[in-house]
Design a protein around this ligand. Structure first.
Ligand SMILES: C[S@@+](CC[C@H](N)C(=O)[O-])C[C@H]1O[C@@H](n2cnc3c(N)ncnc32)[C@H](O)[C@@H]1O
Length: 200
């Protein structure tokens, strides 16, 4: 892939130059809610960043695996898990290059600002990757943004629309629920949609 955004070096540079405007500095309220409501199981957080949401699920009793391809993200997630005294299994790898032994492993995938961080040309591949990681009947917990940006404005983050998400996931997944969360953080309110898709 020629686009530098597809490389860990691009994202390491974002972390090192503090161009990390996506980082909330703590857990996401929407995922705190889901962690308290959903039946416990194995969850995989893809593009985990500093791992605040991975730690939230671990604190709630989920068996958590967090994946990111940067040293910065993985070491920060490790530290945050240690501080919270919880276990998070860490995998430093490109989500498009995961070993086959992870296939059909998880009850849930947690998605937040990873989909919009990858090149839009790879969205079909993304669909396949998350589908393969899940057990039959497993669920993709996706908080997708930004809904208010056009694709041709560039990225990351690249814009996303609800209709694109329906077209992309509609074939191999069943929509369980869809909402514009009232507990989005204020600067993302009405700019993100929470969709839960079940693997068919
Ligand atoms: C915008 S940040 C979001 C981090 C985190 N989800 C959050 O909301 O704070 C995107 C993260 O995905 C990681 N990432 C991007 N493309 C990736 C890929 N192909 N494989 C693994 N990680 C990737 C980056 O290293 C970065 O940590």
């Amino acid at each position: 892939m020629d686009d530098p955004v597809n490389t860990p070096e691009f994202w390491e540079a974002c972390y090192e130059s503090e161009m990390d405007g996506w980082d909330l500095g703590g857990p996401t309220p929407v995922f705190q809610r889901l962690a308290s409501e959903l039946p416990k199981g194995r969850i995989c957080v893809i593009g985990c960043g500093r791992g605040y949401d991975a730690v939230t699920f671990a604190k709630s009793g989920f068996d958590v695996t967090a994946i990111d391809f940067t040293d910065n993200a993985i070491s920060a997630t490790k530290l945050n898990a240690e501080k919270a005294n919880v276990n998070v299994n860490l995998i430093q790898e490109d989500i498009f290059n995961l070993p086959d032994n992870l296939h059909f492993s998880f009850d849930y995938i947690m998605e937040y600002t990873c989909f919009c961080a990858i090149s839009p040309l790879r969205r079909f591949e993304y669909d396949r990757v998350v589908w393969q990681l899940l057990k039959p009947g497993g669920k993709l917990l996706g908080l997708f943004l930004p809904l208010d940006k056009e694709l041709d404005e560039g990225g990351p983050p690249w814009g996303v629309t609800k209709s694109e998400l329906h077209d992309l996931f509609g074939l191999h997944w069943k929509l369980v629920s869809e909402e514009m969360p009232k507990d989005s953080i204020s600067k993302r309110l009405d700019r993100e949609t929470l969709m839960i898709w079940e693997k068919k």
